[in-house]
Ligand binder design. Structure first.
Ligand SMILES: NC(=O)c1ccc[n+]([C@@H]2O[C@H](COP(=O)([O-])OP(=O)(O)OC[C@H]3O[C@@H](n4cnc5c(N)ncnc54)[C@H](O)[C@@H]3O)[C@@H](O)[C@H]2O)c1
Length: 315
C-alpha cells in the first residue's frame, strides 16, 4: 500500500495527494471531532528550474510547463529577444507565464553567451540551486531547411547547428560553470526521429538532431558523477510554429496516424507529462536516454497492412 491510512485508493494522477489525519480538534459544540485536512503536495513542490523555448501556447515547452506547474514547480523563463520597440515575443510568453507565477522572464538568444550567462546568473540569484532545465529550442534558416542537405549553405549549417545542438552544451556549460545545478538536477531536451533515420523533408534538422542526441550522451557521461542527469524526448509530430517549417506537416500527421502501432498521433500534453516525469526523481536512474514519445512509430520497419488497404467499413 502506497499511503497507509488512505481512505480511498490512490488515484492515478501524478499528483501526490496525502490526506493527513489531524489531531482531534474542538468542534462547534465543544465536542472533540476528527477533522480531515486534504494536503496537496506535487512531485515538484520545492523544486525550481528554467524553461527555455516557449514561443506561444502551442510550444512543446508550454505543454511541459503546464505539467510542471500542476506539480508545484517554481520556474524562470526566457523569450526570443524582440527587435525594435515592440515587445511582441516578450508579451506572448508573459501572457502565458505571468498567471502561473513565473519567477522571472528574460530575453535570451542562444547565439549570445552574455544572454545565456545572464539567465543562469538570474536563476542562481532567484533560486540558489536549480533542479531542472528544459531546453526546447531549434532553428534552421528556411532556405537551408527546405532544400536537400547537399544544397545547404555553410552559414545555414552553422546557424542551425549552433541554435539546435550547440545551445544545449552552452546552457548546460553555463549552469555547470556557475555552479547552479543541484545534486540531483535533470536536464531535458527535445529531439525528433529524423536524427536517427532519414525522414524526407526533415533534412538539415535531422543532422542537427543527431548532433543534439550525441551531445545528450556526452553531457550525461560528464555530469553524471555530480548527480546531474541529461536526457532527450524524441517526440512525434506536434503542430507548432517550428514544425510548420519542416516538410509537409499534414502529410506527416497522416503518416503517423496510419503507421504507428497505436494508429494515432501523440498530443503535446503526452510529451508534457513524459517530460515532467523525466525531470522528476521518478526517473532518477535514467540518463543519456533518448525516449520516444511517438505512439511507437519509431519501432516500425515497414507500414502495417491496413496502411495500404484500410479495413472495410462495417455496415
Ligand atoms: N513540433 C514537433 O513536431 C516536434 C517534434 C519533435 C521535436 N521537436 C522539438 O521540440 C523543440 C521545441 O519546438 P516546438 O515544436 O515546440 O516549436 P516552437 O517554435 O514553439 O519552439 C521552438 C523555440 O525555439 C526558440 N528559438 C529559436 N531560435 C532561438 C534562439 N536563437 N535563441 C533562443 N531560442 C530560440 C523559439 O523562440 C521557440 O520558442 C525543438 O527542439 C523541436 O525541434 C518538435
Amino acid at each position: 500500500m502506497l499511503f497507509p491510512g488512505l481512505a480511498e485508493p490512490y488515484d492515478t494522477t501524478p499528483v501526490l495527494r496525502a490526506r493527513l489525519l489531524l489531531q482531534p480538534a474542538q468542534g462547534r459544540s465543544g465536542s472533540k471531532v476528527q477533522q480531515t485536512k486534504v494536503c496537496t503536495m506535487g512531485l515538484f513542490t520545492g523544486r525550481k528550474g528554467l524553461v527555455l523555448g516557449i514561443a506561444n501556447e502551442r510550444s512543446i515547452a508550454w505543454a511541459i510547463t503546464e505539467n510542471l506547474h500542476r506539480e508545484g514547480a517554481e520556474m524562470g523563463f526566457t523569450h526570443m529577444p524582440d527587435a525594435g520597440d515592440r515587445p511582441k515575443n516578450q508579451n506572448k510568453v508573459a501572457k502565458l507565464v505571468d498567471p502561473i507565477g513565473s519567477k522571472f522572464l528574460l530575453p535570451m538568444d542562444v547565439c549570445n553567451d552574455e544572454h545565456i550567462n545572464a539567465v543562469v546568473a538570474k536563476a542562481a540569484e532567484t533560486f540558489g540551486r536549480i533542479d531542472f532545465i528544459v531546453h526546447s529550442i531549434a532553428f534552421a534558416p528556411p532556405a537551408d531547411l527546405t532544400g536537400p542537405t547537399w544544397a545547404c549553405s555553410r552559414n545555414g549549417f552553422k546557424t542551425a547547428m549552433e541554435i539546435s545542438a550547440y545551445s544545449l552544451l552552452a546552457v548546460a556549460g553555463a549552469a555547470r560553470k556557475q555552479n547552479v545545478l543541484s545534486s540531483d538536477a535533470s536536464i531535458l531536451t527535445l529531439t525528433y526521429f529524423g536524427g536517427e533515420e532519414v525522414i524526407p523533408g526533415y533534412n538539415l534538422m535531422g543532422i542537427c538532431k543527431a548532433a543534439l542526441e550525441c551531445s545528450v550522451r556526452y553531457l550525461a557521461s560528464e555530469l553524471g558523477p555530480e548527480g546531474v542527469r541529461v536526457n532527450a524526448i524524441s517526440a512525434g509530430p506536434v503542430k507548432t510554429v517550428s514544425a510548420m517549417g519542416v516538410g509537409d506537416f499534414d502529410d506527416m500527421l497522416k503518416l503517423y496516424a496510419g503507421i504507428s502501432p497505436m494508429r494515432r498521433n501523440i498530443t503535446a500534453d503526452e510529451v508534457g507529462r513524459t517530460a515532467m516525469a523525466m525531470l522528476s526523481n521518478l526517473t532518477s536512474g535514467i540518463t543519456g536516454e533518448i525516449l520516444h514519445v511517438d505512439c511507437g512509430f519509431s519501432v516500425m520497419g515497414a507500414p502495417p497492412a491496413d496502411f495500404f488497404t484500410p479495413p472495410a467499413q462495417s455496415t
